[in-house]
Design a protein around this ligand. Structure first.
Ligand code: IPE
Ligand code: IPE
Ligand code: MG
Length: 244
């Protein structure tokens, strides 16, 4: 382990500073029970609330949860509509329950695709929670890392065109500063539930040296113990960042 991580008092465990979670497996969770896929999303929303509060108490500084990708619009309209309804629940949780935990909430992704009232709710949630001092929760909705990179490249090109930046001054930092995660450290640990071993367009640039942890547990079943296991595994990793 790198030694600059926060060492928690208990058990000599290093908490990752920034954790990303690809919350996958809601549909399969429902299917296994003979239920329609949207029911899996409803249960997934309960896990979203519970796990966010748990992680905030563990000393994690930033949590980024992947809730809906730019590719998820391909799903049947009925499922997409059910997910949009559940987002309103996320927003409600963010404003009410997360207040007690002092959790600050931000949204990453292209929010312009959502209905106007939802965009207003998103903006309002960010404004209201802005002054909170606890963990930062980034909710990735209509997020796609390829789109994020295209957006960053367009902004870089515009800055060069407007003589705000020269081509020779384009660095990793200048690119990072134009991503949705501008100003934040890269994720240390990325957890994917549901058993797949892929990023599915999540943080392609930021994940260069993230530790990846995949569990077969489906998102609605993801528990405090499952999170603890991921952190224990993270503590065994030797992060070399290309060194020796
Ligand atoms: C994750 O669960 C939630 C979203 C992608 C919106 P899925 O809905 O992808 O569940 P599976 O992978 O089909 O089981
Ligand atoms: C990734 O899950 C996106 C989210 C969890 C929001 P998907 O279910 O969309 O990913 P694939 O299709 O298995 O790659
Ligand atoms: Mg899936």
């Amino acid at each position: 382990m790198k030694n600059d991580k926060t060492k928690t008092d208990k058990m000599n465990i290093y908490m990752p500073e920034h954790v990303g979670i690809i919350m996958d497996g809601n549909g399969r969770w429902a299917k296994k029970r003979g239920l329609p896929r949207p029911v899996g999303h409803t249960y997934g929303a309960k896990t979203f609330k519970d796990i966010t509060r748990y992680i905030s108490k563990q000393g994690v500084k930033i949590l980024t949860l992947y809730a809906f990708s730019t590719e998820n619009w391909k799903r049947p309209l009925e499922e997409v509509n059910a997910i949009m309804k559940i987002f309103r629940q996320y927003l409600h949780d963010a404003l009410t329950d997360f207040r007690e935990d002092d959790i600050k909430v931000k949204f990453i992704g292209d929010r312009s695709a959502f209905d106007e009232d939802m965009i207003n709710l998103i903006n309002e949630t960010e404004e209201i929670s802005e002054k909170r001092q606890g963990m930062l929760l980034n909710i990735a909705m209509n997020y796609g890392s390829r789109d994020e990179i295209v957006y960053a490249v367009k902004r870089l090109c515009a800055d060069v065109r407007d003589n705000k930046l020269s081509v020779d001054d384009i660095t990793h930092e200048e690119i990072s500063a134009r991503l949705y995660t501008s100003g934040l450290p890269d994720p240390d640990l990325i957890i994917r539930t549901g058993g797949e071993h892929r990023l599915s367009n999540f943080m392609l640039y930021q994940a260069a040296y993230s530790e990846f942890y995949s569990t077969d547990t489906l998102w609605p079943d993801f528990s405090h113990d499952d999170f603890d296991k991921a952190v224990m595994e993270y503590n065994k990793r030797n992060r070399r960042f290309g060194g020796v």
